[in-house]
Write a new protein. Structure first.
Length: 119
């Protein structure tokens, strides 16, 4: 810090920073309303689609199923609470998986359905 202050003085800059302080452990406590999941920190608090006004700690899972064979052809789990940005990536994943499996893309009709995955 002393070297930095000396350089600033040499270039005519004012020293605008406060000296660093060691935080007081008694003062460094989270607010009572602060929330964090210590068991699964990657999960998020999401609105519960089944019960309006309630929330769940979980993930947003997307799956695509071949309706004829009932086989999952694509799956993705995200931390985003809203599904609106998931359709196009899921379609691309379906196309890539079908092309990889069959060697060519197959055109199929699909049914989209929204659901939640909570822990």
């Amino acid at each position: 810090m002393a070297e930095r202050a000396e350089e600033e003085r040499a270039y005519g800059q004012e020293e605008a920073r406060r000296e660093p302080r060691v935080p007081d452990p008694e003062q460094a406590k989270p607010d009572d309303t602060a929330q964090r999941n210590f068991v699964d920190p990657e999960s998020r608090i999401m609105p519960d689609g089944a019960n309006k006004g309630s929330f769940v700690q979980g993930y947003n899972a997307q799956i695509a199923v071949d309706s004829a064979s009932q086989v999952i052809v694509a799956a993705e789990v995200t931390q985003e609470t809203n599904d609106k940005k998931q359709l196009l990536p899921m379609i691309a994943l379906i196309a890539a998986n079908l092309k990889q499996k069959t060697g060519e893309g197959q055109r199929r009709h699909g049914l989209l359905q929204r659901g939640e995955c909570d822990r």
